[in-house]
Design a protein around this ligand. Sequence first.
Ligand SMILES: CCCCCCCCCCC/C=C/C(=O)SCCNC(=O)CCNC(=O)[C@H](O)C(C)(C)COP(=O)(O)OP(=O)(O)OC[C@H]1O[C@@H](n2cnc3c(N)ncnc32)[C@H](O)[C@@H]1OP(=O)(O)O
Ligand SMILES: NC(=O)C1=CN([C@@H]2O[C@H](COP(=O)(O)OP(=O)(O)OC[C@H]3O[C@@H](n4cnc5c(N)ncnc54)[C@H](OP(=O)(O)O)[C@@H]3O)[C@@H](O)[C@H]2O)C=CC1
Length: 293
Amino acid sequence: MSTTPEQAEQQNTPEALWAAETVYRPDLFAGKVALVSGGGSGIGRATALLFARLGAKVAICGRTAEKLDAVVEFARARGAEMIAVPTNVREPEQVEALFARIDDTWGRLDCVVNNAGGQYPQQAIDYAPKGWAAVINNNLNGSWYMMQRAAQYWREHPLPTGVSASIVNVVVVTERGMPGVAHTVAARAGIIGASRTVAVEWAPLGIRVNCVAPGLTATEGLSVYPPEAVREFPLANPMKRPGTAMEIAEGCIYLSASSGRFITGEVLTIDGGGKLWGELWTAGRPEYYKLPG
Ligand SMILES: CCCCCCCCCCC/C=C/C(=O)SCCNC(=O)CCNC(=O)[C@H](O)C(C)(C)COP(=O)(O)OP(=O)(O)OC[C@H]1O[C@@H](n2cnc3c(N)ncnc32)[C@H](O)[C@@H]1OP(=O)(O)O
Ligand SMILES: NC(=O)C1=CN([C@@H]2O[C@H](COP(=O)(O)OP(=O)(O)OC[C@H]3O[C@@H](n4cnc5c(N)ncnc54)[C@H](OP(=O)(O)O)[C@@H]3O)[C@@H](O)[C@H]2O)C=CC1
């Protein structure tokens, strides 16, 4: 299937996401509760809407209340049960309040997708200490606070025997490195390492912990990258197209649902083969790597 960058962008609207075909059955998450961070836009919104279409009650969080409210209004108008809880995942006390709100509202939690994150593109040699710290704080500490609090929730509210809870951490592809975003690659590699370790530690609690590593995906998040980089956008993988938010959301659902019941500590890469071939110069292509002609 070929998807142009323009088509991929059009597929990122709430209306398109709600209407998009999915392989999953509509009652897959009936009676279950899912939490999606960064649910006000992009991949997080696509994942939250897909959970809702599949019958889950959904809590979304992010820093910007207006973005969250728009998604909740959209989903509720279509019969979904969804709440917005403005939260900065870098602040442990806000994360605490988020889990308390979910427990007060529904008294249960089944799936967490830690998708909130972001960075800015810059050559690593020029990172200011404050910038490095901001990206590590956002993507390593923030995701960690969320996954640890989720595990504590399930320790406080033990799962019935044979039932598993799921954490999915949205990361980036770390195998090849990604020039221009070394700070986020470092942070996400930390989350991947922590996930592999707690997948073992938390298995006795019935918790599965996995990661999804998207390749270049057409979301509003890409607006922070330089036009020079964005021009090369469709060439970053062998399929020569960006991924869509829905394609990443379906991967998150695969790991969260019973389809993932024997999977823990894994990283599911959804990048159209981008880690095998293609170039991603997120802060522009340095002179040294320019091609002749
Ligand atoms: C081949 C084609 C390629 C096309 C494009 C490829 C893209 C692939 C990218 C890799 C895959 C990942 C994709 C995505 O993640 S998509 C987008 C997700 N969303 C975002 O990234 C959101 C945008 N980013 C941010 O919101 C912020 O950068 C961040 C959250 C990381 C920091 O926020 P915070 O509010 O804490 O920090 P400040 O803004 O106050 O800044 C703190 C210090 O950080 C330094 N800084 C920040 N921005 C920049 C910048 N643009 N350039 C240089 N330095 C920056 C700086 O030191 C700040 O301190 P000062 O303000 O005091 O200078
Ligand atoms: N698009 C891509 O090509 C790729 C994306 N990713 C990752 O996927 C995830 C989603 O990105 P994408 O959908 O593309 O971009 P978006 O920018 O649309 O999504 C990021 C979301 O995270 C929220 N967020 C950021 N920081 C925080 C915070 N401290 N606390 C709470 N919420 C926060 C943002 O909302 P708000 O600002 O309102 O808080 C926003 O809704 C990110 O982790 C991103 O790095 C990974 C690889 C490739």
